[in-house]
Structures are given as C-alpha cells and as structure tokens.
Ligand binder design. Structure first.
Ligand code: PNS
Length: 166
C-alpha cells in the first residue's frame, strides 16, 4: 500500500521551511503531494501557474513528490487523491490555534484522514511567505530563506526595488 500525504498551502511562494517539511514528510510517507489551494478570495503575488513552476523547480531533486493545485475542500481533494494524511508544518505556538481548528474541521468531515504536523526545523522558525514577500518588496536579502528559483522570481517581481536600492 502506498502511503500518500497531501501537503496543502498557498505556497506564495514556496520557502525553505516548506521544502524542509516536504523532505521530512518523505521519511514518513511514500508519496507527498504538494498542492496549491486556488482561493479566489486571496490576492496572491504569484499566479497558480507561476507557483506550480516555482515549486516544481524547487523540488526537482525529490522523487516521490507530485505537485498539483486544488479548489474546494482539502478533505474532498485528499479522498480523491487516496491520501491517508494531510501534512502541515508547525512553526511557533502562534500557528497552533489556526492549525488546530483546521485539523478539527477536517476530522469532523472525515475521520479516516489524519492531520500530521511536523515541527519546522529551528532554522525556519520565523520563515513565512508573507514575511519574505515584505522583505523582497523593500529589496531585502532573501537568499537564505527561499529556494534559488523562488529568489529569482521574487527579484523579478520586485525588479525595480532590487535594481535601484541595491
Ligand atoms: O499556506 P496556508 O495559506 O496556511 O494554507 C491554508 C490551507 C490551504 C491549508 C487551508 O486554507 C485549506 O485547507 N483550505 C481549503 C479549504 C478547506 O478545506 N477548509 C476546511 C479546513 S478549515
């Protein structure tokens, strides 16, 4: 039996913290499906296609990983994909309440699919896509926080600030 985990998120863009969760998730699961939630109410920096590209390039070293996008309820998507679990990274305590609530909702909808949390490595404890986007918007150094292709794409988005400020 192939143990599949869905790793859902906005991934706008994928960070080194996310990559760490994928890498460690692969030690538990046979396959990890990294899937972007396409939420029409959110205004992402990168389009779904751009995010798919960035994730694929950033995770190309891993086999047993699928990259995808979904719309709707994660639990329906997990059933469709035959997943045993939803994988999420947990950084500080501040993540807990929201994650706990999502896990409870999902468990209420389907008790067969488990939410599995991995504690983010200490190096990535303060790493968030939104923080990185803010840093990049002011031309800050994002080198150690995101995979190289994500860094390149962020610098393209904020091209003006990186060429004039730095
Ligand atoms: O990276 P994010 O933005 O923290 O990811 C949040 C995500 C995509 C995991 C969450 O919003 C989600 O699962 N959305 C799908 C809708 C859903 O199933 N909601 C029920 C659980 S609250």
């Amino acid at each position: 039996m192939t143990r599949i985990a869905i790793y859902p998120g906005s991934f706008d863009p994928i960070t080194n913290g996310h990559v760490d969760v994928v890498e460690r998730g692969l030690k538990i699961f046979d396959k990890v499906i990294v899937s972007i939630l396409t939420n029409k109410n959110k205004k992402p920096l990168f389009s779904v296609d751009e995010r798919l590209d960035i994730i694929r390039e950033s995770l190309k070293g891993f086999d047993r990983v699928e990259v995808d996008a979904f719309e709707g309820l994660i639990i329906d998507y997990a059933v469709k994909k035959n997943a045993a679990a939803i994988l999420r990274g947990m950084r500080a305590m501040s993540d807990f309440e929201n994650e706990f609530q999502m896990a409870m909702f999902n468990r209420r909808l389907n008790r067969e699919i488990q939410t599995v949390f991995l504690m983010t490595g200490m190096r990535w404890i303060f790493t968030s896509s939104s923080g990185i986007k803010e840093l990049a918007s002011f031309g800050g150094d994002i080198h150690d926080l995101v995979p190289p292709f994500a860094e390149q794409k962020l610098k393209e988005k904020f091209h003006d600030v990186y060429t004039t400020n730095r």
